[in-house]
Design a protein around this ligand. Structure first.
Ligand code: OOG
Ligand code: NI
Length: 266
């Protein structure tokens, strides 16, 4: 699959559960000829047929290389980023929940669902395949959420792109991340304030911010209905290093806060 076809399909599946994405993109298309994507991100369960290691071959097959690995000890996540030889192709960030690090109780609850994941992926459609397990119960959702918001999000939503990211330094209308976030807020969308509205700094060569995830009504297996977070939009501004090359990495401390864009607690 070509990166172009891959990202087209991803965008299509993303806006379906993230109506804010189209609206936010339109905000910038009103002033900019193009809105260029910096990266997209996925979440999955480690130690499962859809673990990071089993997704990776499909990323590499599109011409990507492994860029770096990250560890989020407190959230019990590990992650890897991928960069393409064509610098106009968005980077890909994949994280996975290390379920073996969760409490025995939670391992048992999530284990019931993870055991239902049938086979390893055979093509790129795994990236928009959603849930590979039955609709969860509200009780299970709540017990997972108490220990891992990421786990609860993944249990309801499944495998899909969880954000696209506007490349702020490539906008023509503004070069200011704060201005971008102000426009998003003025249009009625909440931004993620965890660790400050802007994560990172020019000194770190990367500044990031994001919207809070859209919410959608979810019907649990017992028929209970509750609003759950779906996906969000990110905005990233990269700075050149001393050699004049635009920094391309991710910053673990900032990523740790971007994960909270799908948190339910205010
Ligand atoms: C990914 C969070 C990390 C970034 O840009 O640092 C990230 C997630 O929320 O799944 O996207
Ligand atoms: Ni991101």
């Amino acid at each position: 699959m070509t990166p172009q076809a891959f990202f087209d399909q991803l965008w299509y599946s993303y806006v379906e559960i993230t109506p804010q994405a189209d609206q936010i993109r339109d905000l910038f298309l009103a002033t900019d000829a193009e809105v260029i994507n910096d990266h997209v991100a996925f979440r999955t369960f480690a130690d499962s047929p859809i673990a990071l290691d089993n997704l990776e071959p499909f990323v590499l097959a599109m011409g990507y290389q492994v860029q770096a690995d990250y560890d989020f000890e407190e959230k019990k996540l590990r992650a890897r980023s991928f960069i393409h030889s064509d610098s106009t192709v968005p980077k890909i960030f994949i994280s996975e929940l290390q379920t073996h690090k969760l409490s025995p109780k939670l391992q048992a609850v999530l284990g019931k669902y993870i055991a239902q994941i049938k086979a390893e992926p055979t093509d790129h459609s795994v990236f928009w395949s959603g849930r590979h397990w039955q609709t969860p119960s509200l009780e299970d959702y709540q017990s997972v959420a108490a220990e891992s918001e990421y786990g609860a999000w993944l249990l309801t939503i499944g495998l899909c792109v969880n954000h696209f990211t506007v490349s702020v330094e490539q906008l023509n209308s503004t070069n200011s991340l704060q201005e971008v976030l102000d426009r998003v807020k003025a249009a009625g969308f909440a931004t993620n304030l965890a660790g400050g509205e802007i994560k990172g700094s020019p000194a770190e060569l990367l500044e990031q911010g994001s919207s809070m995830a859209d919410k959608q009504e979810f019907v649990f297996v017992g028929g209970e209905k509750q609003l759950i977070p779906t996906c969000f939009y990110e905005f990233a501004k990269r700075y050149p290093d001393n050699n004049g090359n635009l920094y391309q990495g991710f910053i673990a401390a900032s990523a740790d806060k971007i994960f909270e864009s799908t948190f339910t607690a205010a």
